[in-house]
Design a protein around this ligand. Structure first.
Ligand SMILES: C[S@@+](CC[C@H](N)C(=O)[O-])C[C@H]1O[C@@H](n2cnc3c(N)ncnc32)[C@H](O)[C@@H]1O
Length: 349
């Protein structure tokens, strides 16, 4: 029998233990589901989602050379690590859950350049300044402790070579004070708070996408401080496409010419300017809402698979704002609004 409050009481003193026990339990129950909610229906679907997320999230706007050495924080079953290992010289995955690491070890047994390690919250067996890229996707959003996230950021700064890149996702939505913080609903951040944390660690923010949404994506570069910088991972330069941005603002019913400079300067976020869309579409059927979201945010008709997926999500209780967050954090929208360019300055780390 479970003693009421025992879980939260134990977690109060040992968040690492609580994270491990909860994620071990999730791995035993249905690892695929808890890793990739919605896309983990079949084995095939699950593993197919890895290369897509690597392209659209981990490597979006980055140029990675085959000599790069990389590490994933919270690698789960190795869904992202497998395609990453095919692109780079050496890939390490760390995870709080031994059950996840056991599954990843089995799934990636055929990848000789992959190393998998259980962690207690640091980046074990990884020397200082030894990696070109550290990344993390859909992990910090589950971590219930800011101190635990801060430790990973400091560890990333430690293990990155000069000029190396940290790419991670954090939940940027405002917190509902009534919602509990646990090992599923973790900490939330503003972009400003994260930037303030990264800078003293020697990590300079190069890019933030999806600010204010669940899929806020940070890219930071390890300061060289006079050392020779690695060029194994380069950050592509991006600039707003004024026409594409104004077209999106107009579709959102915003005064495009007035809002464009506010977005470009960071005074306003696309997520903040999307509340009117959500309010206006609150009574739409799920499929009408998703169709409108595709047209408004992505400027196109929905594909049948995407329409069915998001409509099903809404019908099973996912808040509509989540769909907006997915589109605002998507590579498809970002590529339209800020097409990446490989320029001479992005080549010099
Ligand atoms: C939603 S899954 C994502 C896995 C992988 N990043 C992917 O996209 O396929 C979250 C993973 O983070 C791991 N995790 C949760 N808290 C963690 C922590 N504090 N440190 C390291 N890993 C953690 C979980 O065990 C789980 O494998």
């Amino acid at each position: 029998m479970r003693i009421p409050f025992a879980r939260s009481f134990r977690g109060l003193f040992s968040p690492a233990r609580r994270m491990r026990e909860d994620w071990d339990e999730r791995a035993r129950k249905n690892a695929r589901y808890f890793i990739d909610c919605g896309h983990g229906g079949s084995d095939e679907e699950f593993w197919r989602s890895g290369p897509r997320d690597v392209e659209d999230f981990v490597l979006e706007g980055l140029a990675v050379s085959p000599e790069a050495e990389v590490l994933e924080i919270g690698c789960g079953m190795g869904r992202l690590l497998r395609p990453m290992s095919e692109r780079v010289a050496r890939a390490t995955g760390v995870d709080i859950s031994g059950e996840m690491i056991a599954r990843a070890t089995q799934a990636l047994a055929d990848r000789p350049n992959v190393r998998l390690l259980r962690t207690d919250g640091d980046l074990p067996e990884t020397p200082d300044a030894s990696l070109d890229l550290v990344y993390s996707f859909v992990v910090f959003q589950h971590v219930p402790s800011r101190a635990a996230v801060s430790r990973y950021l400091a560890e990333a700064a430690r293990v990155l070579r000069a000029g190396g890149v940290l790419r991670f996702q954090a939940d940027g939505r405002p917190r509902n004070p009534l919602e509990p913080v646990d090992t599923w609903r973790g900490v939330r951040y503003t972009a400003a708070a994260l930037a303030a944390e990264l800078s003293p660690l020697g990590l300079d923010v190069a890019d933030v996408v999806g600010e204010g949404s669940q899929y806020m994506r940070f890219t930071a570069r390890r300061r060289a401080d006079g050392r020779a910088a690695t060029s194994a991972v380069r950050i592509l330069e991006r600039a707003w496409d004024p026409e594409a941005l104004e077209a999106l603002l107009a579709r959102l019913g915003r005064p495009a010419a007035a809002d464009r400079p506010r977005i470009e300067s960071g005074a306003a976020t696309l997520r903040g300017l999307s509340d009117g869309f959500l309010a206006a579409r609150a009574a739409d059927s799920a499929s009408a809402f998703v169709t409108a979201a595709y047209r408004t945010f992505l400027g196109r008709e929905p594909d049948p698979e995407g329409l069915a997926f998001y409509a099903r999500e809404i019908e099973t209780g996912t808040p509509r704002a989540h769909v907006v967050d997915c589109f605002l954090g998507s590579a498809e929208l970002d590529r339209k609004l800020r097409p990446p360019r490989l320029t001479s300055s992005s080549l010099s780390a």
